[in-house]
Write a protein that binds this ligand. Structure first.
Ligand SMILES: C[S@@+](CC[C@H](N)C(=O)[O-])C[C@H]1O[C@@H](n2cnc3c(N)ncnc32)[C@H](O)[C@@H]1O
Length: 302
């Protein structure tokens, strides 16, 4: 008899996963924030069931192959500490699916929630003066391409450029762009921030750059060590790349455009260093003061 013989239903596996994840003290933060949410995600995703709908399947029985695979997945999650998104090859932002593996950081940017909400919606209830007129969007530091694809979904009229330094991340982004049928809308560029881009001004620049400070990088939990370090390391205080973006964005923004940037915990440092910039902090369900908005006017774009 093995563990897989004792467990039969989806309910059994969610309970088992919850117990294993809790006992092993795994760290969350790659799309889920609790052991229960992670157990539900792992069970439903491994069975190719909708990940936001547990109730209808609770008493469904699994085949032997499904049971053995799930026991193995929980084992690997607990002992190897690999993020669940990598083990399953999938992650979601607000129900939108993305391929996920170690070529790029697991999608979890707060900007995803903002884009999927109505803050920047094409209904005009947004910060941008004319949301319907957004024609050119730039996603700097695109990783898996998740934010670029979300932007293309939110702004159906927009062409989206997306940049990353990592060729590996871009190969995953390319697969995500293809899976969403966005090849005509999302263009990927390899290089350092704005350097590889065509001469163009953007109505919206979104960016979730590396912003983890050196001390935090040195003590990242095991789960995060499966992800590319290039996605985290933001220099001594985490803000090296954010400063470069603030310096270079004005030359790339259209006069009516704006910049949305995720920065982690560096709010106080930025406000002190740039007292002339009226940062507007955009809070989300799970974050406060970690994403700012600056309009082109705020950045004195002419
Ligand atoms: C925090 S990850 C964000 C990925 C993606 N936007 C997301 O939200 O899931 C930061 C990304 O920036 C990329 N990166 C780091 N330095 C860069 C640079 N100088 N120019 C362009 N991309 C860079 C990393 O390869 C990584 O994919």
């Amino acid at each position: 008899m093995t563990v897989a013989d004792d467990l039969q239903t989806v309910r059994d596996f969610v309970r088992y996963g919850l117990s294993r994840l809790t006992a092993a003290k795994v760290v969350f933060g790659h799309g889920t924030t609790t052991a229960l949410d992670e157990a539900v995600f792992m069970v439903l995703e491994s069975l190719h069931l909708p990940v936001d709908e547990l109730e209808p399947w609770l008493d469904a029985r699994l085949t032997r192959a499904e049971r053995e695979r799930l026991v193995d997945l929980f084992e690997r999650r607990c002992t190897g500490r690999e993020p669940a998104a990598y083990l399953l090859g999938r992650s979601y932002i607000r129900g939108i699916p993305f391929r996920s593996d170690a070529r790029a950081i697991v999608p979890r940017s707060f900007i995803g929630e903002l884009l999927a909400g109505d803050l920047f919606g094409a209904d005009g209830v947004g910060l941008l003066p004319d949301a319907a007129g957004v024609r050119h969007v730039l996603d700097l530091c695109t990783g898996s391409g998740c934010l670029a694809i979300l932007a293309a979904l939110v702004y159906p009229e927009a062409a989206v450029d997306a940049v990353d330094l990592s060729t590996e991340a871009l190969s995953l982004a390319q697969e995500n762009v293809a899976e969403h049928g966005m090849e005509e809308r999302v263009s990927l560029y390899q290089g350092d921030l704005f350097a590889p881009l065509p001469a163009r001004r953007y109505d919206l620049i979104i960016t979730n750059p590396p912003y983890v400070d050196a001390e935090a990088v040195a003590t990242l939990p095991a789960e995060y060590r499966h992800e590319p370090m290039l996605a985290f390391a933001g220099g001594p205080d985490g803000l090296d790349i954010v400063r470069r973006i603030l310096a270079e964005a004005p030359a790339r923004l259209a006069p009516t455009g704006g910049l949305v940037c995720e920065i982690g915990t560096g709010r106080e440092i930025l406000e002190e260093e740039y007292p002339h910039l009226p940062f507007l902090w955009l809070d989300t369900e799970d974050s406060e003061g970690e994403v700012f908005w600056l309009s082109a006017k705020d950045l004195r774009v002419r």
